[in-house]
Design a protein around this ligand. Structure first.
Ligand SMILES: [Zn+2]
Ligand SMILES: [Zn+2]
Length: 494
């Protein structure tokens, strides 16, 4: 047994000063202790140093494989010139195996304002497969060695094009992902789990698969889950319902796309983009979603779909709503991102009982009247975006996430973003911000009896901070002090 004492413990939206300690046995909470009792010698006492103890935080939407993999690879984020790029790749590829990823490349931030050429990359990496990905992941360039490797296989790419975009980009990147060996795949997940702990999380939902028909390395990861210090909740991110069922998955989907992104003006809108005669794209027909979601639903699978624009959200939510009326099941279908929702759409989401799986960091980075979203959508529509406060106010169970590697996997930043929404109507209290990463997040995967609160019988998962999150940005000394998973200290920053 272990006794966690000398902490401020989070209970129902507050720190309960009467609660003195938590006693655990076999990784579960055995008893909440309200008096200064003398504990017996067989109890190990763990002093929490007066810090603030939350239920273990849960991030409900990440791409941990890419996040972990890229953390092991070459980050070009601070390159200022092409010679910087080449030096980083040359240095970084020394300890890599056959596959080298250089990522975070942004041609607008380097002196030459262009991608390197294939010939230039060949000078740097001759005998390994190299892919250099743009910061947004929507374009890339590969070296000749990789071109020849890909041409030797079934997935032909048109190597006469230097920079790949769209379909060619997807195909090249998938080829790299598919050809990695198991050892590197698992190393990527180990790296990701370390980043998750450092970011204050005990559980992360992670998307596995190519968002098309492949579930990728799902079964490999599934067979190794016990090795990781965090719990991974797996999503077969694919349209392949049969494969998901064969794997014994509880759900299907992830960032399978109903529409694109606001940045590329492919998020599907009812009204055109600001000053442009386009409204984005629905990637599939109504009938397609009806069949796909209907089949998953009838097989008791939870469904998760990427939908950003109001037209896409409405397309997916309408299917959820029909099923809620005709064949209600408590499956907790997901609307991932769910960014643009006017009042009518919010009410329809309430009626369908779908769960918006949302990213507070998106508003922090791109929201507000002068922000990126406002330039593309106009200031008026921005007031109908990322409606955390409104949705929670109506009893919709929003959950919080980072979409890592798109934004950082760090609970301090996520809570700060949620408590600092640009739109005062949508900003969250500390209780609400914590709820979307604990109670609601646990509920999303039907783990509400196991995780998400400091209660008897639940897993002893604690995220310990040395400060109370507030609306100010966390300072350097305000940190995640400890992460405790099933009563084991799995991360510590003293
Ligand atoms: Zn995603
Ligand atoms: Zn997405």
């Amino acid at each position: 047994m272990k006794l966690f004492h000398n902490g401020h413990f989070w209970q129902d939206g507050n720190f309960d000063n009467e609660l003195k300690a938590i006693l655990t046995r076999d990784g579960k909470i055995l008893k909440l202790i309200f008096d200064d009792e003398q504990s017996s010698p067989d109890v190990q006492r763990i002093d929490l140093g007066g810090d603030y103890v939350f239920p273990g935080f849960i991030d409900t939407h990440t791409h941990s494989f890419e996040g972990g993999l890229y953390s092991l690879m070459i980050d070009l984020g601070d390159a200022k010139s092409l010679s910087d790029v080449f030096a980083k790749i040359e240095d970084g590829c020394k300890d890599k195996g056959k596959f080298v990823f250089a990522w975070n490349f942004d041609e607008t931030r380097i002196a030459e304002q262009r991608f390197p050429t294939r010939a230039e990359l060949d000078q740097v990496v001759k005998h390994k497969n190299l892919v250099l990905r743009r910061i947004d992941g929507h374009s890339c360039i590969i070296n000749t060695f990789a071109c020849n490797s890909i041409l030797g296989g079934h997935n032909k790419v048109h190597c006469e094009d230097e920079v790949f975009r769209g379909f060619e980009n997807d195909r090249a990147v998938h080829w790299f992902h598919h050809n990695l060996d198991d050892e590197l795949i698992l190393r990527a997940y180990h790296a990701a789990s370390k980043i998750a702990l450092k970011g204050g999380f005990t559980t992360i939902h992670t998307m596995v698969g190519d968002a098309n028909m492949s579930v990728g390395h799902y079964s490999l990861l599934q067979s190794k889950l016990a090795e990781f210090p965090v719990d991974y909740e797996l999503y077969p991110q694919s349209f392949n319902i049969d494969a998901a069922m064969d794997l014994g998955a509880k759900r299907v989907g992830g960032c399978i796309l109903a529409d694109g992104s606001i940045g590329s003006m492919t998020a599907a809108l009812y009204e055109p983009y600001s000053g442009k005669p386009i409204r984005g794209n629905l990637y599939q027909s109504d009938q397609f979603w009806k069949e796909f979601i209907g089949k998953a639903h009838s097989n008791d699978l939870q469904v998760a779909v990427h939908c950003i624009g109001d037209r896409a959200i409405s397309q997916i939510n309408s299917v959820y709503l029909d099923l809620a009326h005709s064949d209600y099941k408590d499956l907790r279908h997901q609307l991932i991102h769910c960014e643009i929702t006017d009042d009518t759409l919010v009410d329809q989401i309430k009626a369908s009982a779908a769960v918006p799986v949302m990213q507070p960091m998106f508003d922090l980075l791109w929201g507000g009247s002068g922000g990126f979203y406002s330039r593309l959508l106009g200031p008026e529509r921005v007031s109908t975006m990322n409606r955390f406060g409104t949705m929670l106010g109506k009893g919709i169970r929003v959950t919080g996430s980072s979409d890592w590697y798109i934004t950082e996997l760090d609970i301090r930043k996520s809570l700060f973003a949620a408590m600092n929404h640009h739109n005062p109507k949508e900003l969250l209290s500390l209780k609400q911000a914590v709820d979307i990463y604990t109670l609601n997040a646990a509920w999303l995967s039907k783990d509400e009896n196991r995780r998400g609160a400091l209660k008897v019988g639940m897993d002893a998962d604690f995220s310990v901070l040395n400060y109370i999150p507030r609306a100010e940005a966390p300072a350097e000394h305000q940190k995640i002090r400890k992460v405790i998973k099933r009563a084991e200290i799995v991360y510590e920053d003293m």
